[in-house]
Each structure stands twice: as C-alpha cells, then as structure tokens.
Design a protein around this ligand. Structure first.
Ligand SMILES: *[C@@H]1O[C@H](CO)[C@@H](O)[C@H](O)[C@H]1NC(C)=O
Ligand SMILES: *[C@@H]1O[C@H](CO)[C@@H](O)[C@H](O)[C@H]1NC(C)=O
Ligand SMILES: *[C@@H]1O[C@H](CO)[C@@H](O)[C@H](O)[C@H]1NC(C)=O
Length: 457
C-alpha cells in the first residue's frame, strides 16, 4: 500500500515543476500518509478481535475429498513416488546380503522396513525379507509373512532391490556354514543389523532415495489379503449409512507414562502409570501443567469431544476409535460418549471376527486399525508427538490425495481447556474454533517455488 501511494505522488511532482508546489504537495503527502497509516492502524485494531471470522469451519467440506488441482498445477496420474531421473535396476553383482530385525510396534517396524530397502539399495546388497521383532510391546510373532503380502512386496520393488526369503546356506568343504556378521560381508557376503530402527537419517539429500522410501511405504507394503478384506468389510459397515470419521485415541498407559501426564488420574492409577514409567523410560522430572502447556499431553477423550462439538460435528457423527483399551476406562470415555454416542472400534463393528478376537491387541488388530483409518473420510490423531501410527497415517493420507485430517494444536488449545477447568466456560466453543481455524485439515502447502509438499517433488 505504502509503495503504491508514493508511486502516484512521484508522478504528480514531476508534472508540477516549481519548488513551491513541490513543498506544498510534500506537506499534503505527509498529511495524507499520516491519515492513511492511522486509518489502517485503527482498522486493524477493530478487525482483530472480531469473532465471526473464526467461526467458518465448514463441516460439509471436511467430509468431501479434495480435488486434484493445487498450487496452480494439476497433479499427474503418475504415482508421485515414481523415479524422475535415471534409476537403473539393482546391480547384477551384489555386495552381499543385508539382514535386519525391526523392533517396535507395527508402525515403527513399517518405517524400519522402508529404511532397510533403501539401505540395501545404497549398499548394492540383496535384502533378506525383514524380520519383525516378536519381543515388542504387543507380544506378537506373526512376522513379515503373517502381516504383509510378500509376493507383492518383492514384485513391486523388483526394479529397486533384490529381495530373498532367507540367506542361502553356504557350502564349504561339504559342510553347511551359518553366515554371521559384518566382518563376513566381504568374505561370506552378509551383514545383520539388529535391532534396526531409526538407523538411517530421515533427511537424505537425494530425492530419488526419498521416493524409494515412498514406493516402499505406499505401494510395496500391502497387508495380507485377509487383513485387507476384514478392513474393507469394517469400512463398508461403518459407511453403510453415510461417511465416518476415525480417531486415533492415544490414551493408553504406555503413552501417558511416556508423556508424564499423571495428575488427571486418581492415586491408584497414578501408581500404576508411574511404575510403568520407571520400568520403561529414563528418569525425568515431569510436571503435568508444564507438559500440558507445551502440548505434550495427549488430549483426553472429553477434550476430543469438545473440539469436535466446537467444530459443529453433531451427535449423529459416526466415529471409529483406533488404538487399544483406554487407560482409566469408562470414567474418561463417558463424557465423550455423551457428546458422540455413535462410537465403534474393530471388535464392536465385527464382533464375530475370529481374526481379531484372539489377537485384537496385536499386529493384526493394529493393521486393521491402520487400514480403517486410512480409508476413513476424516482422520483425527489425538497425539502426533512421537506416534508412529499417527505420523505414518498423516503421510499416507497426504500421499493419497490430501485426505482430510483434523490435527488439533494441543499447545494452542491447552490454555482454553485449563481456563475451562477453572470454571471459565463462557465462549469455550468460540475459543476452540479460533484455534482450530488455524489448522489446515490435511491440505497441501504450496512452497514459493510452487512445488507441492507431499508429492515427492
Ligand atoms: C553400487 O553400484 C553403483 C552402480 O554400479 C555404484 O556407482 C556404487 O558405487 C555402488 N555402491 C557400493 C556401495 O558398492
Ligand atoms: C442428539 O441431539 C439432539 C438434540 O440436539 C437430541 O434430541 C438427540 O436425542 C441426540 N441424539 C442422541 C443419539 O443422543
Ligand atoms: C470396543 O468397544 C466395546 C464396546 O463399546 C468395548 O467394550 C471394548 O472395550 C472396546 N475395545 C477396545 C479395545 O477399546
């Protein structure tokens, strides 16, 4: 604005000619500028606290899938993760075998598998089908073959890496010899990395390597047909009347203990969480109010309900809850259920499923939750700090056409909820809406060079 104004003024002075006129005009200009600034200033002051502007979350739009033109360009039909430059097939001669054991839950393992493929590619090694740690939180020993479609995995990545089921035995002097470790890589050609999680830098300055990770994550890793079928049947049931929303309600003991958010629980419960924390995580002084203020505490089920209500989702909204048994149980669930009675989880949608009953907390249950959340119309994580489940899904939904996600700003919301607990309930919905308006609901962000984030470009 300022630049436009002074431009016009220059034109006028040029036309006037005499010194006197210039001086008079200059005074006029200064007065004009002062007026303009004070006008702008007062306009700003008046505009800022106006509440009506922040109330425009359109729930109908959130249910719809977005179309495919962004940042001034139409997305091509080519998968975003397809190589853009010269990408030769795996070398004929390999440097040896790479064997890895992936630890953690389903989603930490998922990231580790992507890294294993990329590591094998970089090293010109043959990848042995990754082993999935059975000693993780879920105590599940389904293994890679029990969860993922092996044939599809190998076929999809055939132009990227060579993959084998197991290391062939080496015969020497008629005896069978087991291959051991890295030192043997040159001699016997094999190395075994265990445990294998977060062992490769996330940021790698090679877009083709990042695209390979996306090919593994969003194309090659497909759950076994029975898991896909079960997930699809759950989605069909949930969608039988209309759309549905999925929520990753991360309110389990391990997360609460990790986050150090104890004070909302009764003394009995606190004892249990603190014990778990002591046994599983490094000692650290954690103060609830401080943790909460910086957005480090998972949202409570009631807070999730209040957010959705403030966004004007009504009580007929169908909600699928992923993640296991809630810590604190019904006491925490009840306020949420009162606001949103149509709640489901994988066991309540499909109580007859033999697949899920003996194993509903294990990798298969987690895999079904993953697929239902991926296919849902709206996805909302309640904790995406260190949550592999939430983070993988956010990426996956972004990859498949920017599907709507509601990602509450816990730090922004904390003072609103704290004020509510101190009795300030007036204007609560408006205050929550104002915070939620600033989130982008899973849409793309255009960079200044008009590239689109999430497309591997
Ligand atoms: C892998 O193979 C490529 C292509 O032949 C070569 O340029 C690269 O140096 C090799 N890397 C290793 C670690 O052997
Ligand atoms: C939903 O809310 C309306 C009022 O807004 C109420 O009449 C209705 O009983 C509620 N439905 C359920 C299932 O709670
Ligand atoms: C699933 O929902 C049912 C019925 O609401 C409930 O009894 C059960 O505890 C829930 N299961 C999990 C794992 O949350």
């Amino acid at each position: 604005m300022r630049r436009l104004g002074s431009h016009r003024i220059h034109g006028k002075t040029g036309g006037a000619g005499t010194k006197g006129t210039v001086a008079k005009l200059s005074i006029g200009v200064i007065v004009l500028l002062i007026c303009t600034f004070s006008l702008l200033f007062s306009a700003n002051i008046r505009r800022d606290p106006e509440p009506t502007r922040s109330s425009k979350i359109n729930v109908e739009e959130l249910w719809e899938s977005k179309n495919f033109e962004y940042c001034g360009r139409v997305l091509s039909l080519q998968p975003p993760s397809a190589p853009r430059s010269d990408w030769p097939p795996p070398t004929e001669e390999t440097n040896g075998y790479l064997r890895v054991r992936c630890n953690g839950g389903l989603n930490q393992q998922r990231s580790a598998i992507c890294n294993a493929v990329l590591t094998a590619r970089i090293m010109n090694a043959t990848l042995v089908l990754p082993e999935l740690d059975a000693n993780s939180f879920w105590h599940d020993d389904s293994g890679f073959q029990g969860i993922y479609d092996v044939e599809h995995f190998i076929e999809t990545l055939k132009y990227d890496v060579k993959i084998v089921g197991k290391i062939p035995d080496v015969h020497k002097n008629g005896k069978t010899k087991k291959i051991k470790a890295f030192q043997a890589m040159k001699e016997h050609s094999a190395i075994y990395l265990t445990p294998f999680s977060h062992r490769l830098a996330e940021e790698i300055d090679n877009p083709e390597y990042q695209r390979l990770r996306c090919r593994v994550n969003y194309h090659a890793l497909r759950f076994k047909p029975h898991i896909m079928k079960l997930s699809e049947s759950i989605v069909d049931k949930l969608r039988s009347q209309e759309h549905f929303m999925s929520i990753h309600l991360r309110f389990q003991m391990d997360m609460l203990a990790f986050a150090g958010c104890f004070d909302i629980f009764n003394p009995e419960e606190q004892k249990i969480i603190k014990k778990y924390r002591k046994e599983n995580f490094a000692e650290k002084r954690l103060i609830y109010n401080e943790r909460r203020a910086i957005g480090k505490c998972p949202l409570t089920p009631e807070e999730v309900g209040l957010i959705l209500r403030a966004m004007r989702f009504d009580n007929s909204t169908r909600i699928y809850l992923a993640a296991g048994e809630l810590f604190g149980g019904e006491r925490f669930m009840k306020p949420f259920r009162t606001l949103f009675p149509r709640l489901d989880n994988h066991s309540s949608v499909d109580p007859s499923s033999e697949e899920l009953s003996p194993n509903s907390q294990g990798l298969i249950g987690s895999a079904v939750d993953y697929m239902v959340c991926l296919m849902s119309d709206i996805f909302m994580p309640t904790y995406d700090g260190p949550s592999n489940f939430a983070n993988n899904l956010l990426g996956h939904r972004l990859y498949h056409g920017f599907r709507t996600t509601i990602r509450p700003d816990r730090k922004g919301l904390a003072p609103v909820f704290v004020a509510r607990e101190k009795g300030k309930t007036a204007g609560l919905e408006e205050a929550v809406r104002r915070v939620m308006m600033k989130t982008n609901f899973g849409g793309p962000h255009c960079h200044t060079d008009s590239t689109v984030v999430g497309l591997g470009r």
